[in-house]
Design a protein around this ligand. Structure first.
Ligand code: ZN
Length: 465
């Protein structure tokens, strides 16, 4: 009997600790899915965030969070909603999210801003990126505030909502960090990033693997120019002219395979994947250096994976400002989007590009070069507790520190030397991930609650540390 009672107490506690309550909206209770519906229904394409921002801010305020405004106009609408006023100067853990969405795609007459709740899903632009993910953070914080928060908590927790993440305009995270970094007193930042990975990969895995990104590749944007004076008419083909020579040079550059570069992080990705496999596959993946000759051809078949092992060079524009068939322009330009692994030396990379072009007349100019920043350490309480929070919800899961081929707003914190972890700690399906920035974006309601619960667990673990 005693065991039964104990078991009952135990299970009732588990049920309680896993439930995320509704929050208050205009004086009544509202569930996550219904709040997400309303948030999705306010279009907020980058540069037009004010209305959606005011909506979500008023809810944060109504539920007892302390608000600090960091810009109140479209394209510069940012705010912090915190457990404690920022003026208390507690070390602050930031949950970063963005209000803006990418433009909708209307191809089949469905309304991308319907926010419709259909069966077990919420539909519409932003339902995952980033409104759904933001609500996981917000509900987690409010749940903690209602049930556990105490004035002697050691950390402040802040929901930081910003503008134009998708376009990286000046009024978003860069404005916040330029003007309010001290006020924020951030010790660590957690924001959108990888979710569970095996759902997205081919093949079978023993356990779920959750990625937490701790670094990103740096973008290096290059402008290439080639000028060769000609007599202007194309009835007689000159021996040398800019369009033809630029095409040859670009062919020299882009037809070469980029070298596979192993580093501690990307080697660990292969080893972790290997630990979830059997037989020969396991053996090869667990020894990436020994079996590099077998792995490289496989990596080259999968551009997403390959991007984690190479510096990439992508030709995004080629033009000569000419729309006539019979005029020969004298100048050709090309744009390259290069993405460098963290350890790559920019000068060496630029000389590699120049030598591969095999044409000294092509001028290579750096248009934008992202600042270098060190990978965020995983030997911190912030990372360890994030990993534990995920594992306490998905007990069989493995945690994998990752490198991302692209950058988001977290990179701005990392560049300031602040610990930044990119993770959306839920198990999205492949279809859900493919819907991001695409048609028919939608999220499973269960995942909203899973994510909120993990954020709540994380806050509890940090405060009770
Ligand atoms: Zn996003």
């Amino acid at each position: 009997m005693r065991t039964v009672i104990l078991l009952l107490i135990f299970t009732s506690q588990i049920t309680f600790s896993q439930s995320i309550d509704s929050i208050i909206y205009n004086g009544s209770w509202i569930s996550m899915e219904h709040l997400l519906q309303k948030y999705v229904q306010i279009p907020s394409i980058s540069g037009n965030e004010k209305k959606a921002g005011e909506f979500i801010k008023s809810i944060a305020r109504e539920n007892g969070l302390s608000i600090s405004d960091f810009g109140s106009e479209n394209g510069n609408y940012n705010f912090a909603a915190s457990l404690f006023p920022l003026s208390e100067k507690k070390p602050n853990i930031i949950f970063l999210n963005h209000i803006d969405v990418v433009p909708e795609i209307r191809l089949d007459g469905t309304d991308p801003y319907s926010g419709e709740i259909k069966k077990d899903r919420v539909l519409g632009r932003g339902s995952i990126d980033n409104k759904g993910s933001a609500l996981m953070q917000l509900y987690g914080i409010i749940q903690y505030l209602k049930s556990e928060s105490a004035s002697n908590d050691q950390y402040n927790i802040t929901f930081l909502a910003v503008s134009c993440e998708e376009t990286q305009c000046a009024g978003g995270i860069n404005y916040v960090l330029e003007n309010h970094l001290e006020e924020l007193n951030a010790v660590a930042v957690i924001g959108e990033g990888p979710s569970e990975l095996t759902n997205l990969l081919e093949g079978k895995f023993k356990n779920p693997i959750f990625g937490i990104s701790v670094t990103h590749k740096r973008s290096l944007w290059l402008n290439l120019e080639l000028e060769i004076k000609t007599n202007g008419h194309s009835s007689v083909t000159p021996i040398h002219y800019s369009n033809q020579e630029m095409v040859c040079a670009l062919n020299n550059l882009t037809s070469k395979k980029n070298e596979i570069i192993y580093n501690a992080l990307n080697i660990n990705i292969l080893k972790t994947l290997g630990s979830q496999k059997k037989g020969l596959e396991k053996l090869i993946l667990k020894h990436p250096r020994l079996f590099k000759f077998l792995l490289v051809p496989q990596l080259r078949k999968q551009p997403e994976l390959l991007s984690l092992y190479t510096n990439t060079i992508t030709l995004t524009e080629i033009s000569s400002n000419n729309d006539s068939y019979n005029i020969l322009p004298s100048k050709t330009i090309a744009h390259l989007d290069c993405r460098l692994l963290p350890e790559t030396d920019e000068k060496e990379f630029l000389s590699l590009i120049k030598s591969r072009l095999k044409n000294d007349n092509v001028k290579v100019m750096v248009v934008e070069s992202m600042q270098e920043s060190d990978p965020t350490s995983i030997e911190t309480i912030y990372f360890k507790n994030l990993a534990k929070s995920i594992k306490s919800y998905y007990p069989t899961s493995k945690i994998l520190p990752l490198l991302l081929p692209n950058i988001n707003d977290l990179g701005a914190f990392r560049a300031k030397g602040i610990l930044a972890y990119a993770s959306t700690p839920v198990s999205f399906s492949r279809k859900e991930v493919q819907s991001i920035h695409n048609q028919h974006e939608s999220i499973s309601i269960q995942l909203l609650y899973d994510g909120a619960q993990i954020h709540f667990n994380y806050i509890k673990k940090m405060q009770n540390n």
